[in-house]
Design a protein around this ligand. Structure first.
Ligand SMILES: Nc1ncnc2c1ncn2[C@@H]1O[C@H](COP(=O)(O)OP(=O)(O)O)[C@@H](O)[C@H]1O
Ligand SMILES: [Mg+2]
Length: 244
């Protein structure tokens, strides 16, 4: 199967701090690939390197067959890569509708009408300002905004962070829906249980290194292993709250 994204041997630094030590991963086209790992493992740094925001000093990145290694973020985005960073940066003073008008449009199936169909909450709150939205609604808005760019690849950094269990379910439902639409997804998560439920492939990162890569189903079947590899991110798993 062809790759939406492929990275090989990424080494990334913040100043003198060596954070990524040769990270390689692959996101297959039309699949959900999840990247798990405890806090500080280097997940966000990996995404920032893939997007050209914190360029890797070594390594090679290919997006839809193009060598994007030294490309700036806007050129990578223009290939059809939507990136929803950690902490959902919606504009607090703009309304939902205004927030959605911010991205430059890319032709494709995602229109305002379809977005409001997928996110009825946003339709109801069209005229509310960003700061009036709940955490879940802000996350939906951040995802909706990325969808309006009609991405072929959607990269999400911890979309379930800080959300109530029911809202988390809703977010994961939407991510699974993306795959049905033919969008490739790279999903960084702390919620190992739910990510492994919807993902096809899984990677676990620890201390800037890939310590597991394989079928999500296989990893999901081995709870002890998930806990050992993903540490705190597997807590939900042990408590069994996320899936209930
Ligand atoms: N801007 C930065 N400057 C220096 N160190 C950073 C910066 N951002 C993250 N780090 C460090 O890089 C490591 C990986 O962080 P990060 O990629 O954010 O991990 P994760 O997303 O898996 O929680 C951590 O040790 C963190 O402290
Ligand atoms: Mg992070």
């Amino acid at each position: 199967m062809s790759a939406a994204l492929e990275a090989e041997g990424l080494h990334t630094f913040y100043g003198k701090s060596h954070i990524l030590h040769g990270v390689s991963l692959r996101a297959a086209e039309g699949k959900i690939t999840t990247l798990l790992g405890r806090n500080g493992a280097g997940k966000t740094t990996t995404l920032r390197s893939l997007m050209g925001l914190t360029p890797a000093r070594e390594g090679r990145i290919t997006v839809f067959g193009m060598d994007t290694t030294a490309w700036p973020a806007f050129r990578i985005a223009a290939l059809g890569v939507g990136y929803v960073p950690e902490g959902r940066r919606v504009f607090a003073n703009l309304t939902v509708e205004e927030n959605l008008k911010v991205p430059r449009e890319r032709q494709g199936p995602w229109t305002f009408a379809r977005i409001y169909q997928l996110f009825p909450r946003l339709a109801e709150r069209k005229l509310h300002r960003g700061r009036q939205l709940s955490g879940g609604e802000q996350e939906m808005l951040a995802i909706a905004r990325a969808l309006l760019l009609n991405p072929r690849l959607l990269i999400l950094d911890e979309p379930s962070q800080g959300l109530a269990p029911l809202v988390v379910r809703e977010v994961f439902r939407i991510v699974a829906e993306m795959r049905r639409e033919g969008i490739s997804v790279l999903l960084v998560e702390q919620n190992a249980r739910m990510s492994l439920e919807i993902a096809d492939q899984a990677y676990v990162l620890d201390d800037g290194r890939v310590v597991y890569s394989g079928a999500a189903r296989e990893l999901a079947a081995d709870a002890a292993r998930v806990k050992a590899l993903a540490g705190a991110s597997a807590e939900e798993w042990t408590h069994g709250t996320a899936g209930s």
